[in-house]
Every structure is written in C-alpha cells, then in structure tokens.
Design a protein around this ligand. Structure first.
Ligand code: HEM
Ligand code: HEM
Length: 158
C-alpha cells in the first residue's frame, strides 16, 4: 500500500517555509548589523577599538551567519519539497530562480571565511558585496513569497 500524506498536513505545511523565511530575514538584518559593527574596529581610535573588541561582534556575526547558512539552505529545499508535494511539480518562476540563486550566493559567501580570516581584502569585499545582493534578493523573495501565500489562502478558502 502506498503511503499517503494526510491532506491537512499537506495543506498546512505550506505555511512552514514562509514563517521560517520571515524569521531568517530578521536574522539577516541582525547579521548585517553585527558585521558592520565588526568592520568599524579597523578604523576606530584606540579607546573605541577596545570597546568594540570587547563586544565580540566578529564571533557573534560568524555564529549567526552559520545559523543563517544552514537554515536558508534547508528552508529553500523545504520550499521546493512542499511545493512539489502540493502541486506535483515545481513552478519555474522568479521565486524559484531567485531562491536557488540566493542559496548559491550564501554558500559562496560562507566559503570565503577562511580567506577573510587570513586578511584577504578581496575575499572580504566579495563577502560584503554578495551579502548585499543576498539582502536585496531577500526583499524580492518576501514580496513574491507573500503573493504565493495569498494564492494558497485563496485556494483554501474557495
Ligand atoms: C546576511 C548575511 C551576511 C551579511 C550581511 C554579512 C556581512 C558582513 C560584514 C559587513 C562583514 C564585515 C566585513 C568587514 O570587516 O569589512 C562580515 C564579516 C564576516 N562575515 Fe559576514 N555577512 C553575512 C553572512 C555571513 C555568513 C553566512 C558567514 C559564515 C557562515 C559570515 C562570516 C563572516 C566572518 C567570519 C566575517 C569576519 C569577521 C571577523 O573579522 O572576525 N557572514 N560579514
Ligand atoms: C519572507 C520570505 C518568503 C516567503 C513569504 C516565501 C513564501 C513561499 C511560498 C508560499 C512558497 C510556496 C510553498 C508551497 O507551495 O508550499 C515558496 C516556495 C519556494 N521558496 Fe519561498 N518564500 C520566502 C523566501 C524564500 C527564500 C529566501 C528562498 C531561498 C533562499 C525561497 C525559496 C523558495 C523555493 C526554492 C520555493 C519553491 C518554488 C517552486 O518550486 O515553485 N523562499 N516560498
């Protein structure tokens, strides 16, 4: 006998991905804040430098960045899985393509870390540029994602 996922689980699972992604959007903005605070260390005067170093912005940024990396990749795979379970196919549209693009971008951005830690400024500038692109795409995903949520709700209520 083939295993069938109950309809209620299929339907409600569609809200897991949007909720997770809104949380990750908040975490991304926090990661940006921590990264920018950390970058101020280089140009600060002696006293401010001491204060900034004490607050451990670099390590806190790295930790939150790792969480973001893991959940963005899982969330993206989850979005595709749930879409497939509910529709029997994926929709090759802007949300899917930008989502896969973001997943690639965050992987490359994180892979630059060992080079940044060696003081390579090309790696650091690439990390920052890629993540600004990531945040821009995230804004777009939030809009196109909420349009999909609206469609799902319309389908549930019709
Ligand atoms: C929204 C995503 C992210 C944003 C906006 C962001 C932004 C930044 C910024 C602005 C800096 C400071 C660069 C400088 O010193 O000039 C930085 C540094 C850094 N980032 Fe990210 N980042 C993000 C994600 C990540 C991820 C996913 C990782 C790794 C898992 C990561 C690891 C690091 C590390 C290790 C540094 C160097 C910290 C140090 O100097 O001690 N970041 N990032
Ligand atoms: C707040 C932001 C977001 C919202 C509200 C949102 C919402 C949605 C919704 C409602 C779906 C359809 C799920 C279903 O039918 O069960 C979906 C699919 C998907 N989402 Fe998102 N999403 C957001 C951000 C993201 C991000 C950041 C990524 C990638 C990093 C992403 C990647 C995907 C992918 C790959 C799919 C499958 C699309 C398809 O195959 O048609 N989403 N999203």
């Amino acid at each position: 006998m083939a295993f069938e996922i109950p309809d209620a689980i299929k339907t409600w699972s569609q809200f897991g991905h949007p909720i997770l992604m809104w949380v990750l959007l908040g975490i991304s903005v926090y990661a940006l804040y921590l990264g920018v605070q950390n970058s101020k260390i280089r140009s600060a005067d002696k006293e401010t430098r001491k204060e900034l170093i004490k607050k451990n912005f670099g390590q806190r940024h790295h930790r939150i960045g790792s969480i973001l990396l893991a959940f963005m990749i899982l969330g993206s795979i989850g979005g595709m899985a749930v879409t497939y379970i509910n529709n029997g196919k994926l929709f090759v549209g802007p949300h899917l393509l930008a989502g896969l693009g973001m997943t690639g971008v965050i992987a490359v951005s994180a892979s630059l870390v060992p080079y940044m830690q060696k003081g390579n400024s090309l790696a650091r500038n690439t990390h920052v540029s890629l993540n600004i692109l990531l945040l821009g795409l995230f804004g777009w995903q939030a809009i196109s994602g909420m349009q999909i949520v609206q469609k799902i709700i319309d389908r549930m209520t019709s």
